[in-house]
Design a protein around this ligand. Structure first.
Ligand SMILES: *Cc1c(COP(=O)(O)O)cnc(C)c1O
Length: 382
């Protein structure tokens, strides 16, 4: 196994394609072996070395090193799911701590924050994260420990100015964590904009094939807060399996060409759908008329991601009927796979969802763009 690729010499897509170019020292294998051992031989003096799988699984090393490399972080940690990664950040705080999160964000995490996290003792404030004045007013200097940002945020694709949020957080003695699942390291590097932590649902674009569940955190610094998060992972045991870590690394090798293609198709679809008579509004960061477009241009590169939403002119029932009529798009939740998915979020999220009933969320896959548009067009026309 060799060291990391030199970030100054090779581009990020080069390092991803070769998964940092590691070679297995015992066999010269180019693709890594799958480590399954749960325990490791200790030296006679019980000195340094791995002890046990729960906190030191070597099956994680290469994927964690690659992700830290792509995000420009000091370290990374894989988790059993995106939710395990995200909740570990909050569980590493103390009861009584104040946190600020977006009003509209990934649904399951929002539900957990307003339910379990509050019962556990976290003081949770939800704000309109794209509104800097509202965010500044929600922060309580000395009491707020964490700002949680999702950008672009599910399912309205709201942009948050990450650099400005980092300044606000740090001025108040808080840390900034960014759920960058939708942007991926292809389009955004939150740590370079001042964030302290980046979270990914690796179930989505990082793996990219809708065939495993995984999560990840990347830290700007391996400090005490990071040690606490790693301890939560080890102690609560929300660890990924070795085979899943291997599959994730395989998926990450093609991250750049997949995501670039998906973003190119998403932009083309957004432009076409914006002219469709059945569509009242297209929500996509790449459209100049989208409210977060200027921030997206400033903090995203090489495209605007593969996620967009459309609002049906004729309301909730028409949106549901559209989703019922698709023949190529798959009517399923999740995102970031090779197959395009359509979802009526309000139906999934239930009565207290902040998502409009006329909204359909689209995850753009790798199919032909003309096929994708034609299917949506016939479904919208009815
Ligand atoms: C899916 C998702 C999560 C949760 O990840 P899981 O892997 O499903 O636990 C968190 N944030 C975003 C933006 C997601 O899309």
């Amino acid at each position: 196994m060799t060291d990391r690729h030199d970030a100054k010499r090779w581009q990020a897509d080069t390092s991803a394609a070769q998964a940092l170019g590691w070679i297995d020292a015992s066999t010269q294998a180019v693709a890594p072996p799958i480590h399954m051992s749960s325990t490791f031989l200790r030296r006679a003096d019980y000195g340094a070395g791995r002890a046990y799988i729960r906190d030191e699984n070597p099956a994680f090393d290469q994927a964690e090193a690659l992700l830290a490399h792509l995000e420009g972080g000091a370290g990374a940690a894989l988790f059993a799911s995106g939710m395990a990664a995200a909740t570990s950040v909050f569980m590493a705080l103390s009861p009584g701590d104040h946190v600020v999160a977006p009003r509209v964000m990934y649904w399951s995490l929002r539900k957990w924050l307003l339910g379990y996290a509050r019962e556990w003792g976290l003081d949770v404030t939800l704000v309109e994260m794209s509104d800097q004045a509202a965010l500044a007013a929600a922060i309580r200097p000395g009491r707020t420990r964490l700002l949680w940002v999702e950008s672009p945020a599910n399912p309205l694709w709201t942009l948050t100015d990450i650099a400005a949020a980092a300044r606000l957080a740090h001025a108040a003695g808080a840390r900034l964590a960014v759920d960058s699942t939708v942007a991926t390291p292809v389009h955004c590097q939150p740590l370079q904009l001042g964030a302290d932590l980046v979270m990914h649902s690796a179930t989505k674009y990082l793996n990219g094939h809708s065939d495993l569940c995984a999560g990840a955190l990347v830290t700007a610094q391996e400090d005490e807060a990071w040690d606490r998060i790693r301890a939560v992972r080890a102690n609560l045991g929300a660890i990924l399996g070795s085979v899943e870590a291997w599959l994730l690394l395989r998926g990450m090798r093609s991250l750049f060409p997949r995501v670039r293609q998906q973003s190119t198709t998403a932009l083309a679809l957004a432009q076409q759908l914006a002219r469709h008579t059945a569509v009242a509004e297209v929500l996509y960061p790449g459209l100049p008329e989208f409210p977060g477009h200027a921030i997206a241009c400033a903090q995203m590169q090489d495209g605007f991601g593969g996620m967009l939403s459309i609002r049906h002119r004729d309301g909730r029932a028409a949106a549901l009927a559209t989703a019922a009529r698709v023949e190529l798009w798959q009517r399923a939740t999740s995102l970031g796979g090779t197959e395009s998915l359509i979802e009526h979020r309000a139906s999934i999220e239930g009565a207290d969802s902040p998502v409009p009933g006329d909204l359909l969320r689209l995850s753009v896959g790798l199919e032909n763009a003309a096929d994708l548009y034609a299917d949506l067009d016939q479904a919208l026309r009815g």
